[in-house]
Design a binder for this molecule. Structure first.
Ligand code: CO
Length: 216
């Protein structure tokens, strides 16, 4: 018996609907992918990248991990970024976090969940870096603020990779964005980081921190 038969049935139905709506759809995609954007988001099942921005297959290159981290030594993330920037030539890298992120909450509360604690240590580092600012906020908003801070820090990390620095050095148009998604309303917020080159990068980062009320 085929395992997970329901998912295969759903797949056949989906493929049939796509073909009915656009008979050339799969043939076109099999020839080429030319996405304009790289999405770096959380693995959370409630934050499906393509659906949130209503983009079809072929339009969004996606990397997801728990708590949408851009870690300088993560070969998986770096490989996705390098391929997207150098080979696909995307013009935008979007780091998208979300409110109510379980990874951010676990890091903030120092929960012990297992191996993943080591990965979430990167979020804890963000928390500790801005501990004084976070402590000065009312308790009810601290977690949302840390979700935003984490995205800003990861966008900064993306902007400091050799991949992005080299792209800018050779004159490639490339912008790094920091967004947050609201699971409760389905809406995206732009945290106004948008780093478009080495010049002004630091100012964009500090401006973004100030805009969310974090002292720098
Ligand atoms: Co999350």
């Amino acid at each position: 018996m085929r395992r997970l038969a329901e998912l295969f049935q759903r797949n056949r139905d989906w493929a049939a609907r796509q073909t009915a709506a656009d008979p050339e759809f799969f043939q076109r995609l099999s020839r080429l992918q030319a996405p304009g954007y790289l999405w770096i988001g959380c693995s959370d099942s409630r934050v499906p990248a393509n659906q949130i921005v209503d983009l079809a297959p072929g339009e969004l290159f996606v990397h997801r991990n728990v708590a949408n981290l851009a870690v300088h030594t993560d070969l998986n993330f770096l490989s996705v970024l390098q391929f997207a920037v150098d080979v696909l030539g995307v013009a935008h890298v979007i780091v998208c976090g979300h409110y109510g992120c379980g990874g951010v909450r676990a890091a903030a509360q120092g929960q012990r969940l297992g191996l993943i604690d080591n990965w979430l240590r990167h979020v804890r580092d963000v928390h500790d870096k801005h501990a004084a600012s976070l402590a000065s906020l009312p308790e009810g908003v601290r977690e949302d603020r840390l979700c935003e801070l984490n995205v800003i820090e990861q966008a900064w990390n993306v902007s400091q990779t050799t991949v992005v620095l080299d792209a800018w050095a050779r004159g490639q148009t490339l912008a790094v964005h920091a967004w947050v998604y609201g699971i409760g309303d389905g809406l995206l917020r732009d945290l106004d980081v948008t780093i478009e080159g080495l010049a002004g990068a630091e100012e964009r980062y500090f401006d973004a921190l100030r805009k969310i009320g974090v002292a720098v």
